[in-house]
Design a protein around this ligand. Structure first.
Ligand code: AMP
Ligand code: MN
Ligand code: MN
Length: 335
């Protein structure tokens, strides 16, 4: 039996589930989490969603999907009775909580990162899928669960955000068919989703963007374009960490750029010496997930990230070296 079939069977036969996703959740992470949860509820299952307390408040644009008290923040007493489901999480370390490191647990891993480490007991990893929500949608249909307005909206938000509004190269016919289904169902207000996700921006967020753009630097004849933000930039504009969403795309968008980079200092307690790196490649020539793995992170070929204690200068130098190596080595670097 394939892992996918075994997962479907487990969803049919199991009684209790615990669902989770990666840290710093994005639209796909949250959309997949809450829609999978609703699908299991529709099947009459006892299901809980786990997310660390420090993830709240969620990014403002996704806050309506999941209230703080709709998730649990600690190990449930009946953990060993529950099947654990990871959604959109390429590595176990991206939801690194001690209680989930337990060999007695059955872990289901549903994801679309090509470099997923297949850490689950059962793994449904489809690197060609545009988003994890696409996999949730196909499981939902196979399980015979009907769309609801809530599920349709959550799946649509995941789809729109992970495909870059249907523009990234991961946007295949399945993504468009799914969008058509969700819109046809009648409960997705396309323009309303657009406004919620991309308009209505807090002023501080646009000020943070202005600061990041003021730091824009080009290296190696423009092949590598970098922005960076310090903790002061967040403090002085009154920005939350999640306000950086989308900034790295401006670095990539500069003509001639192979890799766009955003380096930002983390602001959370105890993380002051760490920086988050976001990498985006403009074509298929450079695989940024390989570069991110060099910093202990990972991701997709064209969008990847990592967290590191290295300085901005070290990071930039290492990224430049890695880009140079990939461009010199082969036009089709190893995945
Ligand atoms: P971001 O730059 O945070 O928007 O992340 C881009 C992509 O890189 C995400 O979709 C993840 O797949 C991946 N990613 C980001 N941060 C990490 C990390 N610390 N470890 C592994 N993968 C990451
Ligand atoms: Mn994600
Ligand atoms: Mn995703």
């Amino acid at each position: 039996m394939s892992d996918r079939d075994a997962i479907v069977q487990r969803f049919r036969d199991g009684d209790k589930f615990l669902l989770t996703t990666h840290e710093n959740p994005d639209g796909d992470a949250l959309g997949s989490l809450v829609s999978m949860n609703a699908v299991l509820q529709a099947l009459g299952k006892d299901t809980v969603m786990f997310m660390r307390e420090d993830e709240f408040p969620l990014p403002y644009e996704y806050r309506y999907l999941l209230a703080d008290d709709q998730a649990i923040h600690f190990e449930p007493g009946d953990l060993l009775d529950r099947t654990v489901v990871f959604l959109d999480c390429g590595q176990f370390e991206r939801m690194d909580v001690d209680f989930l490191r337990n060999d007695a647990l059955t872990l289901i891993n549903i994801d679309h990162h090509h470099d997923n480490t297949r850490f689950g007991t059962l793994n449904m990893v489809e690197g060609g899928a545009s988003c994890t929500a696409e996999l949730v949608y196909s499981l939902m249909k196979e399980l015979g669960v009907e769309l609801t307005p809530f599920i349709a909206d959550a799946l649509y938000v995941a789809l729109v955000t992970d495909t870059g509004r249907f523009m990234y190269s991961n946007t295949g016919p399945d993504a468009h068919r799914m969008a058509a289904d969700l819109i046809e169902f009648g409960a997705v207000d396309v323009h309303d989703v657009y406004v919620r996700l991309f308009e209505d921006q807090p002023y501080a967020k646009v000020q943070l963007l202005a600061r990041a753009l003021a730091t824009l630097k080009r290296f190696d004849g423009g092949l590598v374009t970098v922005c960076n933000l310090t903790k002061d930039d967040f403090d002085e504009t009154g920005s939350e960490e999640t306000f950086t969403e989308g900034i790295v795309d401006f670095a990539r968008s500069v003509s001639g750029t192979e890799v766009g980079v955003l380096v930002r200092e983390l602001t959370g307690e105890g993380r002051e010496h760490q920086s988050k790196i976001s990498l985006r490649s403009s074509g298929d020539t450079v695989d940024v997930s390989a570069i991110a793995r060099g910093f202990g992170g990972g991701g997709h070929r064209q969008a990847a990230g990592a967290t590191t204690e290295k300085t901005v200068e070290q990071i930039i130098n290492e990224v430049r070296d890695a880009v140079r190596e990939q461009l010199a080595g082969d036009a089709t670097p190893a995945a």
